[in-house]
Design a protein around this ligand. Structure first.
Ligand SMILES: CC(C)(COP(=O)(O)OP(=O)(O)OC[C@H]1O[C@@H](n2cnc3c(N)ncnc32)[C@H](O)[C@@H]1OP(=O)(O)O)[C@@H](O)C(=O)NCCC(=O)NCCS
Length: 192
């Protein structure tokens, strides 16, 4: 490799290391997000299987929670970013999972901003607060042109979070065998 190419590669690697370091933790006024660890398993299972979550119980079993954590750990390992484990500042209790993740929507690669919080803390604006950071990271650090979010038509709370963040409805789709609504947010720099 020539000097210029080698310098370019070294620069790209350094930039990627910086991005990974800067994305591993995130803080807001009331919350902290950190890279997930295997020890988050019990919190994932507790939050996923809570009977107050309106989604059918058979779609959010303990096995689903563990698989989601395993996939989230693998996502971080591969990409250097992913959904954070969310803690409340102060008592540092784990209250959920929020952040950007690679996904496929109707066969196309996309990055979604995902959120799932402990029912004890719903309605305080927490999902919106940390998802703001996920959007910022997606546009500023990952340099994406747009991100998506999707949920079932009945999930009004999730759609309210999307709208508050500025996402707009794009299409009715099928995802995981169920009807979903797909929303998109375009980066300021990519808007025409
Ligand atoms: C969706 C979820 C992450 C929202 O978290 P949250 O911290 O309560 O969200 P916020 O407080 O930031 O915002 C909630 C919004 O939904 C609204 N909302 C809450 N419950 C609602 C309901 N049953 N019907 C309609 N709107 C509702 C709130 O009024 C608020 O909207 P507003 O800001 O316009 O007033 C949380 O409810 C959750 O984890 N649900 C279970 C998992 C889930 O459904 N995840 C999304 C899968 S796509």
């Amino acid at each position: 490799m020539g000097g210029r190419a080698a310098r370019h590669a070294a620069h790209a690697e350094a930039a990627s290391v910086t991005a990974v370091q800067s994305l591993a933790t995130v803080s807001t006024e009331r919350l902290r997000g950190r890279r997930p660890v295997a020890e988050d398993r019990a919190d994932y299972v507790r939050i996923w299987t809570d009977p107050r979550v309106p989604t059918d119980a058979h779609l959010r079993t303990a096995e689903d929670a563990v698989r989601t954590l395993d996939e989230t750990l693998a996502h971080w390992e591969r990409w250097g970013f992913g959904p954070w484990t969310v803690l409340e500042r102060g008592d540092e209790a784990v209250i959920g999972r929020v952040g950007p993740a690679h996904t496929r929507v109707t066969g196309r690669p996309e990055v979604e901003v995902a959120w799932f919080l402990d029912a004890d803390v719903w309605g305080r604006g927490y999902a919106t607060e940390l998802a703001h950071e996920a959007v910022r990271a997606a546009f500023d650090d990952l340099q994406l042109d747009s991100v998506v979010s999707y949920t079932t038509p009945a999930n009004a709370a999730s759609q309210a979070v999307m709208r508050r963040l500025g996402f707009t409805f794009e299409a009715a789709i099928e995802h995981a065998g169920l009807p979903h609504v797909l929303f998109r947010l375009t980066a300021p720099a990519a808007r025409g």
